[in-house]
Design a protein around this ligand. Structure first.
Ligand SMILES: *Cc1c(COP(=O)(O)O)cnc(C)c1O
Length: 394
């Protein structure tokens, strides 16, 4: 099996699994308990908090552990909105190609009377800081823009956007779920007020993540209850998951430079190989993208069939976001970069990591070429394109 869907989830690292089982077997106390066994869990929890904070250049008390990226996104956005509402500021700026954890939360706020501006991400999938600046109003309470897109991998000018927000005194949140562990991130240098992350995107376990909240930025609860996480996130902490996340993050961060160099080389090989397919196009900027992200559109085919046939050949990939698979709507990300419906339907996302090899990349290229040719051989859309009845777009 060739796994090329790391943007959906990654395999846990053996070290993270070891941490997790060791915690479950040996340090299973409740970190809020005052006796020794509980305090051991508390110590492990705080050590994990220090590890995570150090990786992103934060202070430990600025980290709130959550159940993952979606929860962190919800808490950051709803908290900023509640704060804004109190001050009569009900305008939020984001982009059209955010993850649904952000977009659906904003949709909910729109129904509650918030004014939401979704900025254009242009053909290359990159937001312009000057357009963020131009969109900020007197009543803007939040700018939320993802660090790197989960479908097309494009990296946003976060530091510049953060600087704009700082200057205009508007809170800035970034969904950095695809970035943490894969790109250098420093919350201070990058002018970030709030940041979401998720362990299962960097070889940690599912169901655990964190929200960074800069000291001095008020944050409200999403979940009410006990006083865990300094009263900002109730519920007994997932100590094994949190500690395993810290192990995974420390491990991947130590190898980031090496991984980036290797994975970028594989990615470029994959892009070059797939570019040989006629009437195809890479989605998103070629350079400013995650080291392991490749996303293509192939004209005249249907993405779902492509995926199923690749699966038959042992290749695990995706047509876009795992969260929208099963729905027949084309990806909102591809529509946001201006792909028309028909073209957006024929998309393929391959997200590779350091476990992948050059031989695997070559096998993927061969397989995709074969499957695209096969699907086109009986596609009525392709027939119309070839006969001139319909016009090629790519
Ligand atoms: C995966 C992902 C999420 C959701 O994270 P979960 O931990 O699965 O809730 C949010 N945003 C982006 C960009 C993602 O890739």
């Amino acid at each position: 099996m060739i796994y090329a869907d790391n943007a959906a989830t990654t395999k846990m690292s053996p070290a993270a699994i070891r941490t997790m089982t060791a915690m479950m077997e040996e340090v299973w106390g409740n970190p809020s308990s005052l006796y020794g066994h509980g305090q051991k869990a508390k110590e492990a929890l705080e050590e994990a908090r220090e590890t995570v904070a150090a990786v992103i250049g934060a202070q430990p008390q600025e980290i709130i552990f959550t159940s993952g990226g979606s929860e962190a996104d919800n808490q950051a956005i709803l908290s900023a909105a509640a704060l804004g509402k109190k001050k009569g500021k009900m305008h939020i700026i984001s982009t059209a190609f955010e993850h649904h954890a952000v977009l659906h939360t904003l949709e909910k706020l729109r129904k509650e009377g918030f004014d939401i501006t979704l900025l254009d991400v242009h053909e290359n999938g990159i937001v312009l800081p000057e357009e963020v600046a131009a969109a900020i109003r007197e009543d803007t309470c939040l700018v939320t823009i993802m660090f790197a897109n989960n479908e097309i991998g494009t990296i946003q000018p976060i530091r510049e956007i953060g600087a704009v927000c700082r200057e205009k005194k508007v809170l800035f949140h970034t969904d950095a779920v695809q970035a943490i562990g894969h790109l250098p991130v420093n919350v201070a240098d990058d002018n970030i007020d709030m940041l979401s992350s998720s362990a299962h995107k960097f070889h940690g376990p599912k169901g655990v993540g964190f929200l960074y909240v800069r000291k001095g930025v008020p944050i409200t609860n999403l979940i009410e209850g006990g006083a865990q996480e300094r009263g900002k996130r109730a519920g007994t902490e997932n100590v094994p998951g949190i500690c395993a996340m810290a192990t995974a993050l420390k491990e991947i961060s130590a190898k980031m430079e090496e991984n980036t160099e290797y994975v970028t080389k594989l990615r470029n090989r994959l892009i070059d190989g797939l570019s040989e397919i006629p009437h195809s196009a890479l989605n998103g900027d070629r350079e400013k993208r995650l080291p392991g992200n490749v996303n293509f559109c192939f004209e005249g085919i249907e993405g779902e069939s492509l995926l199923l046939l690749l699966d038959d050949k042992g290749i695990q990939a995706s047509s876009g976001s795992a969260c929208t698979s099963g729905s027949l709507d084309p990806s909102h990300v591809l529509l946001a970069i201006g792909r028309v419906h028909d073209v957006a339907h024929g998309s393929l996302r391959l997200s590779i990591m350091e476990e992948n090899t050059e031989a695997e990349v070559d096998e993927i290229i061969r397989a995709v070429k074969d499957v695209v040719e096969y699907l086109r051989s009986f596609s009525p859309v392709w027939r119309d394109l070839m006969s001139g009845k319909a016009k090629f777009i790519l």
